[in-house]
Every structure is written in C-alpha cells, then in structure tokens.
Design a binder for this molecule. Structure first.
Ligand SMILES: [Fe+2]
Ligand SMILES: [Fe+2]
Length: 303
C-alpha cells in the first residue's frame, strides 16, 4: 500500500475525506501518522488532537499502523489506484505557507509552536510583530467567514501582511526598486507593504494576485479595494491586540466591510490631524480617500 498523505499538517481536504468516510460508514474513522513527517511525531499528534475536538468520531491509531486513514473494518480509503479521493492540495505548499487551506485550530497550533511556515515568518519579525500578524490572520479569517470570498486567503494575507516590516530601510528600498516602485511617491512607513508582498511571493511562494494585492495595499489603501483588500486593511486596525477600542469596527466588518473601512479611515483622519501629517501625500491613499471619504477634501467628513 502506498501512502499519499501524511497529515503533515492536516488540511481541509483531509477533513472533507474524514467527514465523507464517516457519512458513508456511520462509524469512527481511524487516522494513523507517518513516523517520518517533517515536524516531530508529537507536533503532528497534537495537531490531529485539535481537529478531534470538532470531529469526535476521529480516532488516532497506533504509531505502527501502515494505513493512513481507514474505517473500523480496516478498509483503507486513501491509497493509490482508488478514485475515492483525488488530492488537490499539496502538503509541501501548506508547510511552506503557499497554501493555507487548513482548519483555523491547526493554523493556531502551527503559529503557537512556530513550525513550518510560522518558523520562517517568526525569524523575520520581532516577537510582538509576529504575534500581531497571527492575530490579524485570525481576525481576517473570522470576518471573511461572513463573505463569499475565500476565507483561507484572508488567513494567508493576514499572516504575511507585515512579513517585510522588520527589514532594514536600505533592504526595503532595494526590494521596492526591484518591484519598479517609485520610492519618492510613498512615505517610508508604507515601504513594508511592498516588501511584504515581495517576500510573500518570493519566500513563501504565494502567487495569488488577490492575496498579494491585499498585502500590497494594507498600509496606504488603494483607489478601489476588493473585499479581501478591505478585510486585511480593517483587520490590521481592529485586531484584538490594539491599544484602542476595536470591537465596533470588528463587529461592523462582519456585516459591512466597506462601512468598517470608512469608520477606520475617519478614525485615522483624526489621528493624522493631531500629528499634523497629510495622509494624502501619496497617490494611493489620496485615491482611497477620494472614493471612500470624499468629504475629507471639502474640509469636513461625510457622515
Ligand atoms: Fe503593516
Ligand atoms: Fe500590521
């Protein structure tokens, strides 16, 4: 028998198969772990335990079993030559962060234990920035559950949105040059939105433009933002670790993302006023304000 998957880590395709087997047999579904996964046996065992909480019919088989997934009669369901399950998700892509179709509990486990992609991301960031990134990912995921776009893309964009944040300025500038971004048009604090998109593309293998753009506009915004872009922009500001009250924006975002974006922008305007900063000194933010809070340019704000 040839194993085709190693629960390393468990992903949403695995979950679908487990659910399907349970539906067909009405019985417990046994999973066994390969001995030679990328992460330690202990980590992989604990990752399955996270999923077990939501799927009580899962049993974890002994270490020595050769099958990967089977029912109580020991009928194996994942093996070569059987049409039951054609895998689309590549485990290597999941471990790398290129694909994030994993249950949120597994995501949290990976981030907490800094394994796979979390190991790499955490090495790029200060601890507080890394923790902020994990919170933004979960916040974006929870908001996205209420919309029709892919919530796993929100999880991914949220996690990597600040990946370039702790790079030195000269490194940021050299990345922006590679991306053909005119650095003179943008304030220095926004450079990391571009470098983060660059790292997401080149170091984590993410190719999805929707995700890359959500990262690329999370700081300055953009003239017309997609729901995913708004979701990341707002989640960055309303994640629960912020030192100001965020619940109203978060609750609004779950119902009306554009309204939450406008609330966020209006709050920002007040902060910028106090700091005597013109947020519209760059073309992206100016265009965003023109679209979403046009009264800003008439000397007041719309209500
Ligand atoms: Fe940022
Ligand atoms: Fe951030």
């Amino acid at each position: 028998m040839t194993l085709v998957s190693a629960f390393d880590p468990i992903d949403i395709e695995d979950i679908k198969v487990i659910k399907k087997i349970h539906r067909l047999t009405g019985k417990k579904v046994f999973l066994s772990l390969l001995k030679d996964g990328i992460a330690s046996y202990k980590y992989r065992y604990e990752m399955l335990q996270q999923v077990k909480e939501d799927l009580p019919y899962i049993e974890i088989a002994s270490k020595d079993e050769k099958l990967l997934i089977y029912d109580e009669k020991k009928n194996a369901y994942i093996k070569d030559g059987r049409e039951f399950y054609k895998r689309k998700i590549n485990k290597e892509e999941i471990r790398r962060g290129k694909n994030m179709h994993i249950p949120s509990k597994v995501f949290t486990f990976i981030c907490t234990n800094k394994i796979y992609f979390a190991d790499i991301l955490s090495s790029y960031l200060t601890n507080s920035r890394y923790e902020h990134s994990c919170r933004v990912a979960i916040t974006a995921f929870n908001i996205a559950k209420n919309y029709r776009f892919d919530k796993y893309l929100a999880l991914q964009a949220g996690l990597f949105h600040d990946s370039g944040r702790n790079l030195k300025t000269d490194k940021q500038i050299s990345i922006l040059k590679k991306m053909n971004i005119d650095t003179s048009l943008f304030p220095q604090y926004s450079y990391h939105q571009f470098s983060s998109a660059y790292l997401a593309r080149h170091n984590f293998g993410i190719e999805d433009k929707k995700v890359l753009n959500a990262i690329k506009y999370h700081c300055t915004g953009y003239k017309k933002m997609s729901l995913l872009e708004m979701c990341i922009y707002v989640s960055d500001k309303c994640e629960p670790g912020r030192k100001f009250p965020t619940e109203e924006v978060y609750n609004t975002a779950k119902i009306d993302l554009e309204k939450a974006l406008i609330m966020t922008l209006k709050e920002q305007v007040e902060v910028y006023k106090k700091l005597n900063i013109d947020p519209c000194s760059n073309p992206y933010t100016k265009a965003m304000y023109q679209k979403y809070i046009p009264d800003y340019f008439k000397g007041g704000q719309d209500d």
